[in-house]
Design a protein. Structure first.
Ligand code: F0G
Length: 495
């Protein structure tokens, strides 16, 4: 499907006007339109197809359903591996070699050290834990890519058996979970401290392709910080809509420091989400919530990177916290595509964990997805305080096709799990700890077996929220600078 962009010359960019109150014109670059010719947007509700790029960006189907990026890997470049879909039925034998060639390509890229040219700024795509997998993410010409780079986060072995002598502290997490072979993927190690950077590098790249002058999102804090950083890098205006009083101090400070305009909404995240979609459509600002299907494509890289770090041996389970459900959708899609391409031989089961006071997806799951629930959200884990998740249908597909599960944990369980992760020396933000709380519950229920290989995602850093779940009364003990004073303090601690 090709859109006719009458009047545009190859490479022509959008106009320079930057007036936010007038509708801003976006014009997709023609070379990017051509590069994305084999990519379409599919409605997840009614399957209608749209071109990947249109002069007015499309975030929803005419039926209101959300959109999903579909790339035809096979036809895009004849020299590249074919998909399981195109080969599976007629030539089963070739699939292992197709998968092997993808793995080899990604391993070669991961093993070459990034070298910056002294005189020019080169785009080191292979150094990014997102763009390393670019054929499976989005095929835009390199010159448009806006990358820090991001990704390359640590996969910590924390199980009772896969934790060596040098990780005695980390092993406590495996003991708490009741798992022998357990890994934590710490996405808080991304440039702005959360997994959001992976979707954001792709989202802002697409804004660049579109010639957008301003980008916006609604956020519980991490998306806004990420947007602000990447918008600053790209020279775009960042505008974020936040639920007033419900964003951790560090996230707000970070967003403002990067120079974004923060609009505090008298309402919750769901109100902010509703508003930002309206604002973007009315004012021609490029929307960067995970409603934007390209953000989901970038977040898939968490899944690819986990598989690569496990030497392409798929884990039995992937467990993650769930709010707006973009991440559940993205990681599930990554595993599905890796399986279809023969990169892995089995599909991991996905477990999405919600906070008890913000668990609409869990309610729908418990009713076998007969009904889509929404709730008025309440939880100490402000990042996942979301009552009406946008990516419901995408995530439902992931849970159903991966034989997955949705669980619900209390705030007390989240904070207890956070204390275990923090005290191990790894640390994470409250929402991330829902992962460990959920795993502990699922192991206790016998859903996850103690000897299965499990990867849990920690979505954000400890550093942005210095209040929730961190002892506030022990900011250090003040003593006289004498050995006796120190000795008596240490004796008191041991007593
Ligand atoms: N963990 C953290 C730390 C988050 O910031 C979020 C979402 C989630 C988990 C849930 O991920 O929405 O893809 O299901 N934060 C968004 C934000 C809503 O605005 O920063 P999800």
């Amino acid at each position: 499907m090709v859109t006719n962009f009458t009047g545009l010359q190859p490479g022509q960019e959008a106009g320079e006007e930057n007036n936010l109150v007038q509708q801003m014109q976006m014009v997709p670059a023609l070379d990017a339109v051509q590069a994305l010719a084999s990519t379409t947007l599919h409605c997840v509700e009614c399957q209608t197809m749209y071109p990947a790029l249109e002069p007015v960006p499309r975030y929803r189907c005419d039926c209101d359903g959300v959109l999903d990026v579909e790339t035809n890997f096979g036809n895009a470049n004849l020299h590249e591996p074919q998909t399981r879909e195109t080969t599976f039925f007629d030539d089963v034998d070739t699939l292992p070699s197709i998968g092997a060639s993808w793995r080899q390509r990604f391993d070669e890229r991961a093993s070459s050290p990034p070298i910056w040219s002294i005189s020019t700024d080169t785009n080191l795509l292979d150094a990014s834990g997102v763009w390393r997998y670019r054929e499976l993410i989005v095929r835009v010409p390199e010159k448009y890519v806006i990358s820090r780079p991001e990704g390359n986060t640590t996969l910590y072995p924390v199980g009772m058996e896969n934790c060596g002598m040098g990780r005695i502290g980390h092993r406590q997490i495996g003991v708490y979970a009741g798992l022998d072979r357990f890994f934590l993927k710490h996405e808080g190690e991304n440039p702005t401290g959360s997994f959001k950077d992976r979707g954001m590098t792709v989202g802002v790249t697409m804004a660049h392709v579109m010639g957008a002058k301003a980008v916006a999102c609604a956020s519980t804090g991490n998306t806004s910080a990420s947007l602000a950083s990447y918008a600053a890098q790209a020279g775009m205006r960042g505008i974020v809509f936040l639920p007033a009083g419900n964003v951790a101090g560090g996230k707000l400070a970070q967003t403002l420091a990067y120079g974004a305009t923060a609009v505090q909404i008298e309402g919750d995240f769901d109100d902010a989400m509703h508003l930002v979609e309206h604002v973007c459509n009315e004012l021609g600002i490029y929307l960067l919530n995970s409603l934007n299907p390209f953000r989901v494509e970038g977040q898939k890289a968490i899944g690819f990177e986990i598989l690569q770090q496990l030497d392409w041996q798929a884990p039995d389970w992937l467990v993650l916290p769930a709010g707006n459900l973009g991440n559940t959708s993205a990681i599930g899609k990554a595993f599905r595509q890796a399986y279809q391409l023969g990169i892995i031989n089995s599909m991991p089961r996905i477990a999405s964990i919600q906070a008890e006071g913000a668990n609409p997806f869990y309610r729908s799951f418990m009713g076998k997805f007969a009904e889509r629930h929404s709730v008025h959200a309440e939880t100490v884990a402000s990042a996942i305080k979301i009552g009406n998740p946008v990516s419901y249908t995408r995530a439902r597909r992931v849970i159903e096709e991966s034989d997955g599960i949705v669980a619900s944990v209390s705030d007390a369980q989240i904070l207890a799990a956070k204390a275990v992760i923090d005290r191990s020396g790894i640390g994470c933000e409250p929402a991330s700890a829902a992962t460990l709380a959920g795993i502990r519950q699922l192991v206790e229920r016998g859903v996850i077996k103690h000897d299965e290989r499990v990867v849990g995602v920690l979505t954000g850093t400890l550093l942005k929220d210095s209040k929730t779940g961190i002892p506030q009364d022990s900011g250090g003990i003040v003593v006289k600078p004498t050995i006796d004073a120190v000795r008596s303090i240490l004796e008191a601690i041991e007593a």
